[in-house]
Design a protein around this ligand. Structure first.
Ligand code: GLA
Length: 380
């Protein structure tokens, strides 16, 4: 993480590259998902918190689009009609195109981006970028979008132009996250509820940036679609995998191919775990949430097969070191493990995990602290 915050860093970059001050700045947070993995695109609930790591987009009206970022050298010029380039600026082009589709027309903009959200760590750096860009650029065009429209623009930019068929969790929490709260978002009904979450979490980076994440993720989506088609033959009228009742699992196990039945079991049990976790947080029993995290990790490892050795080792070390709960968070196949521990033990637990991990893998994993923070905002 840069020593100065992303707001100052982006401001300085803007001045350096474009020779003037930005007209508007907006920021949005990365997120960590407490529970509810791979449930959003299966019509189920998720329970993320917005983090105090943020992406800031600074912008000024211009003719044509020029984009700069603290993560990559140089300035990219883009035309919004052109094809995606498999480049970070695709997310910005996607946002401009989606705004245009809503009638928010921009002739052009100079944009500088800075971020404290680590890219590719499973903390949703892409939604932090698309949401902050949607807020900055719509404001620049003189149009205030509703929070729901911001989610939509950001989600469409990612799924359409940038081409990742993600669910709506990341964009939703980047807009609706609040300090001291987790966000229960039901992707099936679109309902959102804030749930008290005062604790500090530790995030341990597995260090793995799986090059094929988009491919693995898409592969799981296709499996889930196929599983839904087959479950519909057994349960007429079924809308989504998250709606499959727990009592139907033994039959699904008998009738579906083994792999697909395991994917369904993950979605169904994970849906139940989110509901239980929300209940525990509401009743002021955060310690019960920890066990649900451990169970969630086992389910990712065994049934959804989206974990990796590094994450499994971190979770095992967390258990041994007295953490209340731990699991791989985000899309999977690498990225970050979230650890829940008491205030008193958190630093010791994190240090033990680092030591144990270093013994096994020969490197010390990075640890971040995170707390539930606010969603998108205009900085000025
Ligand atoms: C990524 C996607 C989300 C969600 C998670 C897995 O973060 O962007 O929509 O599907 O993976 O839970």
């Amino acid at each position: 993480m840069a020593k100065q915050g992303p707001r100052q860093a982006g401001n300085a970059l803007f001045r350096e590259v474009f020779g003037t001050a930005p007209g508007i700045s907006a920021s949005a947070p990365g997120r960590v998902n407490l529970l509810g993995e791979h449930t959003d695109y299966n019509g189920g609930p998720v329970l993320p918190i917005a983090l105090d790591l943020r992406t800031v987009v600074h912008a000024r009206p211009a003719y044509g689009f020029r984009f700069a970022s603290t993560i990559a050298p140089g300035v990219v010029e883009r035309r919004i009609e052109e094809e995606p380039r498999d480049h970070w600026s695709d997310y910005l082009v996607g946002v401009v195109r989606e705004l245009a589709a809503l009638g928010v027309d921009l002739q052009g903009a100079d944009v500088a981006v800075a971020s404290s959200v680590p890219a590719g760590a499973g903390l949703s750096s892409s939604a932090a970028l698309t949401v902050s860009a949607a807020a900055a650029l719509s404001t620049l065009a003189g149009k205030r979008l509703t929070p729901e429209a911001l989610v939509d623009v950001a989600w469409r930019a990612e799924t359409g132009y940038a081409g990742v068929r993600c669910g709506r969790m990341d964009q939703t929490v980047a807009v609706f996250g609040r300090a001291g709260k987790a966000l229960e978002f039901d992707a099936g009904t679109g309902e959102r509820r804030l749930v008290p979450f005062a604790g500090v979490v530790r995030l341990i980076d597995s260090g793995l940036r799986h090059a094929l994440v988009a491919g693995e993720y898409e592969h799981r989506r296709i499996e889930c679609e196929e599983a839904l088609r087959r479950c519909r033959k057994l349960i007429p009228g079924l809308n989504s995998l998250a709606e499959v009742p727990v009592r139907a699992l033994p039959r699904i196990r008998r009738e579906l191919p083994r792999t697909l039945a395991r994917r369904v079991r993950h979605v169904v049990t994970e849906t139940a775990r989110v509901r239980d976790a929300v209940d525990a947080l509401r009743r002021g029993r955060p310690s019960q949430v920890g066990e649900l995290l451990f169970a969630g990790h086992d389910s990712l490892r065994r049934d959804f097969e989206s974990s990796c050795d590094e994450a499994d080792a971190i979770v095992a070390l967390a258990r041994k070191s007295g953490a209340k709960g731990a699991r791989l968070t985000g899309a999977g196949w690498g990225g970050v493990v979230i650890i829940l521990a008491t205030e008193r033990s958190a630093s010791v637990v994190a240090a033990r995990i680092q030591e144990g991990f270093a013994r096994k893998f020969g490197r010390t994993p990075t640890v971040w602290e995170g707390r539930a923070s606010g969603g998108v905002r205009i900085e000025r």
